[in-house]
Design a protein around this ligand. Structure first.
Ligand SMILES: C[S@@+](CC[C@H](N)C(=O)[O-])C[C@H]1O[C@@H](n2cnc3c(N)ncnc32)[C@H](O)[C@@H]1O
Length: 430
């Protein structure tokens, strides 16, 4: 471990143990391995690096414990929990996230996957008919996809849906989902799904792309499958809101409580998941185009509000936050309301976790502060205050530098770029 005192950044290969971490330390983690096991499966915006839940699991839980991630996303916490022989449970409102997380945490015999893939390709090659009945009703679909991509995607989808084994079918559906953006005319690198009018990206070939992803994912799955052979644990992915759940949603066993909770919640006014997954929702038959706006309301951090909701200034009871809400309200009433609703959602989430976690259980929240209308919102500080009201005390807080530029995204307000995340460890005391 090298400490650069000028920058006060501590370089390390692995995060040190909890006893060696001082309040407000900043780490630069050099371990670039973030795609091991099934972590490689599917892109997901604002994933956290596996090293963070891994650290929390090693420090604050033991074999056989139950680990909750209330904003599960693509399942990073759940994979690490299984690998460390802990049970995992998680919620998410995004159906694509839930399917990715389910696939990433369901070990499947790689030989079965290979056999199934061979049959899939044989079936598709033997049948040259377009499968009209599985093509989603995407408005103006030929803006989004070439005729050739639609033709090939329809054949893949049709034959994947014929697979009988549900776990194997889900694995192939996620492989299919992972190639949709690449095989469309939409920009690949941007989070929002849009077709550039200036430069039309050539769509990738469906067969080649599927083959590449399948082999990458197969390798990750073999690794997971072999590593979990001796572990007697499982993961559950639940379609529910992180701001409204109780113990009965998590476990049917009367005396069991959550031992450890780890999460990276959404950031205020940051990723619009429904805008990211617009095409995947429709090809996977989760939502029709006309239903996506309604679905946006389910997200903490959503901006789907009407004038009559935000014309009055709202207060949270936290003095410093209310002052910021007032300042923002003077310039932009809607933004003020969006931030208010974000913190209300997070407050409810922290209360729900407090209700289901055992005494002395830890809630580890990974979050960045962001800038709205040139105003820095210290999300981490406000979350600590809400947590104190909900029966937690602050155990420790440190930060780490975000390395992967794909995980760093501009925020509303000029130049609001998050380049480090805070790790807040809360201890349940009463
Ligand atoms: C920053 S991402 C989590 C990423 C995750 N740690 C991973 O590694 O993939 C936040 C997640 O919160 C989810 N989310 C937003 N509002 C939610 C709500 N009300 N209930 C449950 N999940 C929600 C989003 O769908 C998104 O997957």
């Amino acid at each position: 471990m090298i400490t650069d005192t000028k920058e006060k950044i501590i370089e390390c290969a692995k995060l040190p143990s909890k006893n060696e971490i001082k309040l407000y330390d900043t780490f630069d983690i050099n371990d670039k391995n973030v795609t091991e096991f099934t972590h490689i499966i599917h892109k997901y915006p604002s994933k956290f690096i596996p090293q963070i839940p891994r650290w929390a699991i090693e420090e604050y839980s033991k074999v056989g414990d139950l680990v909750l991630d209330p904003f599960l996303g693509s399942g990073t916490t759940a994979i690490e929990s299984l690998l460390y022989n802990r049970h995992a449970v998680g919620f998410d409102v995004n159906p694509v996230a839930r399917l990715i997380a389910k696939v990433k945490t369901t070990p499947i015999d790689p030989l079965k996957l290979e056999e199934c893939y061979t049959n899939l390709i044989i079936n598709i090659n033997a049948d040259t008919n377009i499968k009209e009945n599985v093509i989603p009703d995407i408005p103006n679909i030929t803006k989004w996809f070439t005729e050739e991509s639609i033709y090939n995607l329809s054949r893949f989808k049709y034959y994947i849906l014929q697979i009988e084994d549900q776990d194997i079918k889900d694995f192939f559906l996620i492989t299919f989902s992972a190639i949709i953006r690449k095989c469309s005319n939409a920009e690949y690198r941007s989070q929002k799904t849009y077709v550039s009018s200036r430069f039309r990206k050539p769509p990738a070939d469906v067969f080649k792309m599927f083959d590449r992803r399948f082999h990458q994912y197969l390798k990750g799955m073999s690794h997971l499958y072999n590593s979990l052979r001796v572990n007697n644990v499982s993961a559950r992915v639940i379609a529910s809101s992180a701001a409204d759940f109780s113990l009965s949603d998590i476990t049917e066993e009367p005396k069991v409580k959550v031992d450890l909770a780890i999460t990276s919640p959404p950031y205020v006014t940051a990723v619009e998941y429904p805008a990211v997954f617009k095409l995947e929702y429709q090809w996977l038959d989760f939502f029709a185009d006309s239903e996506i706006n309604e679905h946006r309301k389910e997200y903490i951090g959503s901006d789907r509000y009407y004038v009559n909701q935000y014309k009055e200034l709202q207060k949270t009871g936290l003095e410093q936050l209310d002052k910021q809400l007032e300042d923002i309200f003077k310039v932009n009433q809607k933004k003020s309301y969006i931030i208010y609703k974000y913190f209300e959602g997070m407050r409810k989430n922290i209360q729900c976790v407090s209700n289901v976690i055992k005494n002395n259980g830890k809630y580890v929240i990974v979050v960045g502060n962001n800038t709205v209308l040139n105003l820095e919102i210290p999300i981490s500080e406000y979350l600590i205050m809400f947590a104190q009201q909900a029966g937690f005390e602050l155990e420790t807080i440190y930060s780490y530098i975000i390395k992967d530029r794909h995980l760093v995204f501009p925020r509303n307000g000029k130049g609001g770029i998050i380049n480090k995340d805070w790790v807040i460890v809360l201890n349940k005391v009463n």
